[in-house]
Design a protein around this ligand. Structure first.
Ligand code: SF4
Length: 79
């Protein structure tokens, strides 16, 4: 996302989380998560979030992104 100093793909991660919530846990979701959080591709992951809240200032829906990112990270890193 533009403006995120940790280059976290916030909209894509939330879209993936919503997909999992609606349709269930498919193996492809976990591999998509790995790709969206791959440092070698320039992405940060939810656990890299430093809580600067720049994203929340830009969000027109006033979503609590920092808190939701923790849930997203937990969902896709649980075994
Ligand atoms: S609060 Fe986290 S996700 Fe939001 S811009 Fe800062 S580092 Fe990125």
């Amino acid at each position: 996302m533009d403006g995120c100093p940790e280059h976290i793909a916030i909209p894509d991660l939330f879209a993936l989380y919503n997909k999992q919530y609606r349709f269930g846990a498919f193996p492809s979701h976990k591999s998509n998560y790995k790709s969206l959080t791959d440092r070698e591709k320039g992405h940060g992951s939810p656990e890299d979030c430093i809580g600067c809240r720049q994203c929340e200032g830009q969000c027109p829906q006033h979503i609590g992104i920092v808190d939701w990112l923790k849930k997203v990270g937990a969902e896709f890193t649980k075994s």
